[in-house]
Design a protein around this ligand. Structure first.
Ligand code: FAD
Length: 519
């Protein structure tokens, strides 16, 4: 039995929560019965992310708020968060020795950089005789387990995926947060360099951030979950069908739990089982359109993302169609900065830049517009813009959904194009959403709010807004551009089928290949 108190690190990365945190609970288990040890909850500001991931002001603020909330919650339990700076491998090399660490725990992260980083930290830990324990927690199931249950094949359709998880049964139930951490607290003072980051350190300029509609942190996450997924709201939860929700309502028509799930302020299993409670014994909608179905979409893209090389790129990604997209900075910037001349598209992009969250079907509309619909720009470029502005930016979900919407993978109906005019009108005929996000068009009559360029010049003059001067004319004619793009898509699909047939022939058994040559 060891007498000297050693240290155990729980490394927070995503998973910024105390509830349902299997890796944190694992950290609280002694290596040997009766061991006394110190818990060191650690978060690392890793410069790799600053150099490689675009993170705008709103998400930066969300992360900072989440860390502050986590530290507050830890302090209430008698612990606190140690924030270190630097390459995690170098940071841990020092901390393992300095703190006499014998164990480190963390939550599994299946993204490429995280895997490589964790592999390197594991080898340093091994060298310094520190035990590493990795626990699931970011997804409903272990993603390798899902693959093994599908005979080692990556499920590439949502239908297949839903029947797979349905055959497996419910994910594990969430675990409770620890109740007290006082007995694991160090007696000495915390070092200065391990303090929480300041706004300046994160380059957070409050004046450049938008309104804080969705504050970060586990406390907010659990509050929002209680408000949305509860018995008072049972009818909405049970009848929820994603396609019937509105992309342009002034208040969100879906849960807006995504920023919390992404940062791990909310456990997806806690979300799942809360839904289960509200569904229990009552008629309710089903996947893929139900709220449970939304969690399955997430799990689906995570499963494919974890098992597909170069999942976030077109080149070298075997599930992604190779499409000859154009590269036109002018079009990309017009789309990014709400200058396309299509008010619905420009309003959605304004909401994205200012608030950091947009509805799923709004994401569909602007993603279709940029890629196969109107502008014929690469989905990777759109993905980067979402990466910068979304509060809920997630490596797997962003890439998976962009591939879907650009008909690069998963989705085949490339001839179904969202109209930048008609689609928004269905749920918001008077254009209240456009008026909110594009105030320069506020006074346009309903009949012209989606197509202000059609307003007679006399009307434009009366309103003091000249289209082409005060607000852009449409950069493309939607009818013409979408028809041309459908033709290009058809050719790209044909080329992809041809390449696949060629590939299948090249890799078929020699006898078959020979007989094919003889035919
Ligand atoms: P709800 O409808 O309330 O759904 C509940 C939860 O289910 C969400 O919080 C989310 O975790 C999950 N979910 C819902 N829809 C999807 C979906 N289509 N794919 C995967 N998970 C889903 N979502 C992200 O979280 N991060 C991203 O980076 C992201 N990028 C996207 C890019 C594009 C081009 C598109 C079309 C969609 C993207 N989505 C992304 C998916 C989806 O739009 C958001 O998850 C959803 O709008 C979040 O709002 P909500 O929490 O109100 O969703």
């Amino acid at each position: 039995m060891s007498k000297e108190p050693y240290s155990v690190i729980h490394w927070f990365r995503r998973g910024l929560r105390l509830h349902d945190n299997a890796a944190l609970l694992e950290a609280l288990k002694p290596i040997n019965d009766g061991d006394r040890f110190i818990l060191r909850p650690v978060y690392i500001i890793d410069p790799w992310y600053k150099a490689n991931v675009k993170c705008g002001q709103n998400r930066t603020r969300f992360l900072l708020q989440s860390l502050q909330d986590l530290d507050n919650s830890l302090r209430k339990l008698g612990s606190s968060l140690y924030v270190a700076r630097g390459d995690p491998v170098e940071v841990f090399e020092k901390l393992f020795t300095k703190w006499e660490v014998k164990k480190i725990t963390w939550e599994v992260n299946t993204e490429p950089y995280a895997r490589e980083r964790d592999r390197k930290v594991s080898s340093v830990a091994k060298m310094l005789k520190v035990k590493v324990t990795e626990c699931d927690g970011h997804t409903l199931y272990n993603l390798d387990f899902l693959l093994s249950k599908n005979n080692g094949n990556v499920p590439l359709t949502q239908q297949k995926f839903t029947s797979l998880v349905t055959s497996i049964g419910h994910p594990a139930k969430p675990q409770k947060a620890p109740e007290c951490l006082k007995k694991f607290a160090p007696s000495s003072e915390v070092e200065k360099e391990l303090e929480l980051p300041s706004h300046d350190e994160f380059y957070l300029d409050e004046s450049a951030s938008g309104k804080c509609l969705f504050p970060g942190g586990e406390t907010e996450a659990l509050k929002r979950l209680e408000e949305k997924i509860c018995f008072e709201n049972a009818k909405w939860v049970r009848e929820f069908e994603k396609p019937l929700t509105s992309p342009n309502s002034l208040e969100p028509s879906t849960t807006v739990l995504s920023p919390y799930v992404t940062h791990g302020c909310l456990s997806s299993r806690t979300f799942y089982w809360k839904l289960f409670d509200v569904y229990e014994g009552a008629k309710h909608s089903k996947p893929p359109v139900s709220l449970k179905g939304q969690l399955f979409w997430r799990e689906f893209f995570y499963t494919v993302g974890a098992h597909t090389e170069n999942f976030d790129k077109m080149v070298g990604n075997k599930i992604c169609r190779q499409i000859p997209w154009e590269s036109n900075e002018e079009k990309l910037n017009a789309w990014k900065n709400s200058q396309t001349g299509f008010p619905f598209i420009d309003a959605v992009m304004t909401q994205l830049r200012e608030e950091g969250w947009i509805h799923h079907l709004a994401r569909h509309s602007v993603a279709c517009f940029l890629t196969r619909g109107d502008f014929w720009q690469s989905w990777e470029k759109g993905k980067e813009v979402f990466e910068e502005y979304l509060l809920d930016h997630d490596w797997s979900l962003n890439a998976g959904n962009w591939m879907w919407m650009s008909a690069s993978a998963f989705f085949h109906h490339y001839y179904r194009v969202y109209s930048p005019v008609a689609f928004g009108k269905k749920t918001d005929p008077t254009g209240a959403y456009i008026r909110k996000y594009l105030p320069q068009l506020e006074k346009f009559p309903n009949e012209f709010i989606y197509e202000p360029w059609k307003a007679p010049l006399s009307v434009q003059k009366d309103l003091g807004v000249i289209i082409g001067v005060d607000y852009p004319k449409p950069i493309v004619d939607h009818g013409t551009a979408s028809k041309q793009n459908i033709t290009k898509m058809k050719a790209a699909f044909a080329a992809a089928s041809k390449a696949k047939a060629q590939n299948d022939a090249d890799f078929s058994p020699p006898s078959k290949k020979k007989s094919k040559l003889l035919e």
